[in-house]
Each structure stands twice: as structure tokens, then as C-alpha cells.
Write a protein that binds this ligand. Sequence first.
Ligand SMILES: Cc1ncc(COP(=O)(O)O)c(C=O)c1O
Length: 350
Amino acid sequence: MQINQLLELNSNENSLGMADSARQAIINTLDIGFRYPDDQRAQLISKIASINSVAENQISLGDGSSENIRTVVQMLLNKALNTGKRFQVVVPHPTFAYAELYAVRLGVPVVKVPLMPENYDLDLQNLQKVADDFDGISLFYLCNPNNPTATIADTVALKNWVACSPENHYFLLDEAYAEYVTAPSFESGIEWVRQDLSNNLIVVRTFSKLCALAGMRLGYAIASPQTIASLEAFMSIDNTNLSGAVAALATLEDQEYLERSLRTTNQSRQMIEEVLDELELRYLPSQANFIFHEIKGEVATYIKKMRENNIVVGREFPPIEGFSRLTLGTADEMAVFIAVLKSFRRQGWI
Ligand SMILES: Cc1ncc(COP(=O)(O)O)c(C=O)c1O
């Protein structure tokens, strides 16, 4: 059922909708909604641990990965306060804003390092320099693939950096979109946790994207047992919702759905890339369920005109100008978007 007529292509949700198996699992457990979901939570932790070949005490479940991000910032702030050290968060700019937002609310300074101007890659050298020049604890929040660019960091450079960092440098790798990555060079930070590359590495993942469970609010962090124990101290107690837990479990078991979900996004990406090529609009190589593309015009005006056509597209991402972030929805949704985009070209707006 269509709840509203707007085509929402702005939050990187998965408009394929949740798996039927997830829906059924929620319905099947409504009758036990009066009980605490301890068993289902334990089962989910066990499943995530086995899929990722880590121990159960290497998983921290979040109420969305946003909660995992918050606990990392809080845990390190607490560590800094207890040891009389300064603490800063270092982020690429632009990137997903939650680490910054939580840090600012907690009074933690945030240093933003612009993406490389030529290709919008993460500027690893300058990110590192900010921490090298700082006397205290630094947390790097690195979204890989990055949001809004949908591109990945250089794997070898990132891995070497994580492996060789001093003990007061921490890495929060946000891999919300990792399931979409096709680049053979990509290696997940989860592999580095398995290899025990660094005790200062935390990787976060979400059920909001490929699994289409954004409304169910489930994410998780993977790190060493010791780091997970310190993160859990700042996690809301009993944070997992029964419906979310059973929906996530069902989806992880549903290989057919997971493949269809990925295929749908890949097909939509191809449709969009073809039209962008045709219109000669530049785009970055998308490794996620969204694409960052040129519009040859003012982004605010473009967003407004799309909205007039009942399409919501991504917000502005200063300091980058002339690029819009588009969520890759279903093929039908992309067809609607493409028709509007082409009409914009005919009117000379893009
Ligand atoms: C990079 C990144 N991390 C985390 C999230 C939020 O995920 P969750 O729904 O698990 O809180 C998003 C949502 O768009 C995101 O883009």
C-alpha cells in the first residue's frame, strides 16, 4: 500500500520493502510481544557472529547502527575523561553526520578534513595528520563506502594505517553499505578484526539497507571482546526490539531475498548510469545503494524542482557543489525519476 504519493529517493532506504519471511516472523511473534526478547536477541547475536566468523562477545547490537556510533563516541570520551586526556573526533567532509552530531552534543571537538578535490576520495594523509598533531585521543569516523559519494577508500592504504596507528588513535569504520561493494580491491574491516589487526578498530553494520529493515532499527558493532565490553557499558540496556530481532534473523536466513535485494539495486544503478551517460552527467563509481551525480546546476534549485514533481532527492553536501545524491530504488521508481530528469534536460535545467 502506498502511504503517500511522494517518491522518496533521499534517505538511502531500500524501497523493495522487507522480505516476506521477515514480515511473517514479525506476525508470528506478536503474541509474545509481552515478553522481553532475550532469546531472540541471543539468537541474533549468535547468527551475526557465525556469519562473520567472530565470537559472540565480539558483537554489540544497536538500536540501528546510529546507536553503535553514539556508544563509540561516548566510550572514548569517558576514557579520555578518566585518564585526563583530550579527545577529538576526526571526520572526512562531507560524510554521514551522526558521529559529528553526537560528538558536538557531548562537547567533543570535531575536525573535518575535506575530501580530495579531484575525485572526492578520503584524504587519508590529512586525516592522519590531524591526529598526529593532537595531544590526546583521536577517533576517526570513516564511512566505507562513504556517504554521500558511494565510493570506497583505498584498501591497502587504510589497512596499513589501521595496523600501524599509535594506541591513542581509534577507528570507527562505518560499513553500512558494504554488502553493495563490487570492487575486488575492497576488504571489510571485519576481516581486520578477525586478524586482530588493531584493538582500536570498531566496525559497524546495519540492517537498514540491504535487509530493508530501517524502521525496525537494528545495527551492530564488531570489535575485539575487550572493546565490545567497553562499548556495551554505554549501550541502552535491553535495546533490541522483538520485531526487529526476528525480522533480522529471518532475513539473514532468506538467501533468495538477499540476492533479489542486491539484484534490484544493481539493476537500478545500471539504469541510472545509462541515463547519466546519455545526458553526459558525471557520476562517481557507486559501491552503494545510492549514486552521487552531477546536475550541472544549483543543487537547491534542482531539489526544489524535483520536489515539485513529487520526487525527494538528497540534500546539499557542501562544500561539494553541483552534485546530487540519489537513492537507488526499484526499477519502477527509477523509471519515474528518469522521465523527470529527462524533462529537466529538455527544459535546460540540468
Ligand atoms: C553511513 C551510514 N551509517 C549509518 C546509517 C544509519 O543506519 P541505521 O539505520 O542503522 O541507524 C546510515 C543511514 O543512512 C548511513 O548512511
